[in-house]
Write a new protein. Structure first.
Ligand SMILES: Cc1cc2nc3c(=O)[nH]c(=O)nc-3n(C[C@H](O)[C@H](O)[C@H](O)COP(=O)(O)OP(=O)(O)OC[C@H]3O[C@@H](n4cnc5c(N)ncnc54)[C@H](O)[C@@H]3O)c2cc1C
Length: 259
């Protein structure tokens, strides 16, 4: 991380405990990323939508894309459950559902859904002050004001959204293992949530124009870090559409790299 210019401080156990007294004492140490930030994803998405609506962008919720019409190298119509739409430029950003959407355009996107869970509780008395990634357990603990969120697990179960209690319990066990002061028995649970992460074979997103159509851009497959990569993805998509040089070389994200 340091070699590519990202600040990372290696801390011993005393330094970790000075930052977060609730972390168990027999750990080897930790790494602090001072430039990292965190947010409440739902509030971020709602806030973004409000900003866009203020700029007269029309957002059609509950409107499912069911197919396309094409003419030569152009996608001319997007067919949805709420009518047909035409546009000069089309961005396909359907997360784990992108392969099914792209199929109608004969574009094969190897993306698999990987289910993850989060458990949100009312912030307990001994809540950590900063987000912590429990490295071996791959569980994230994120304080968000009044609430505390535990998230983790990568379950390959297709589009099955059922909740596997063993997975939920494993996340909670990891929390109590690393942060023994958190009293699991008395946590006030707000919600168990699950979502599907869009995973690609090489862990990189598909980001760019498709070879077959001149007015279609694909932005999908951001796996476990789609929220972090959302802003830069939006910027790169806008650069592609405006025919500007993308600010990052997108060769590795080529949409057809597996064909
Ligand atoms: C438990 C968990 C924790 C995570 N933690 C983090 C984290 O800490 N940091 C981070 O950066 N990322 C995190 N992620 C990953 C992040 O959520 C994803 O990478 C991100 O949501 C992908 O964004 P997306 O817009 O590509 O897809 P999505 O967010 O899945 O959005 C795709 C949208 O397309 C819609 N859609 C599907 N089919 C159609 C259709 N036919 N027509 C119209 N719309 C359709 C869906 O309803 C959905 O709204 C986490 C994920 C999970 C599950």
């Amino acid at each position: 991380m340091q070699s590519i210019g990202i600040e990372a401080e290696i801390l011993d156990v005393t330094e970790v405990q000075a930052l977060e007294p609730g972390v168990r004492a027999d750990i080897a140490g930790g790494v602090l990323y001072p430039q990292d930030a965190h947010l409440d994803p739902a509030r971020f998405v709602r806030g973004l939508a409000q900003q866009l609506e203020r700029k007269d962008v029309e957002i059609r919720t509950s409107t499912e894309v069911i197919g396309f019409e094409t003419s030569g190298r152009r996608v001319t119509v997007v067919e949805t459950t709420r009518g047909d739409f035409s546009a000069e430029e089309i961005v396909l950003a359907g997360g784990a559902w992108s392969p099914g959407i792209a199929e109608d355009l004969q574009i094969d996107l190897p993306i698999q859904p990987a289910k993850g869970y989060s458990i949100t509780v009312k912030s307990p008395e001994r809540s950590p002050a900063i987000p912590i990634m429990l490295a071996e357990a791959k569980v994230a603990v994120t304080p968000m004001g009044e609430i505390l969120r535990f998230a983790g697990t990568l379950e390959m179960a297709g589009f099955d959204l059922s909740i596997n209690r063993r997975r939920v319990d494993a996340i909670l066990r990891a929390v109590s293992d690393y942060l023994p002061e958190i009293d699991l028995e008395n946590l006030e649970r707000i919600e168990i949530w699950r979502g599907l992460r869009p995973c690609t074979p090489d862990g990189l997103p598909f980001l760019g124009r498709s070879r077959m159509y001149d007015n279609l851009t694909i932005a999908a497959g951001h796996a476990t870090i789609g929220l972090s990569l959302g802003p830069i993805t939006g910027k790169l998509v806008s650069q592609l559409i405006m025919d500007e040089e993308p600010s990052i070389d997108l060769t590795l994200c080529n949409v057809e790299r597996f064909h």
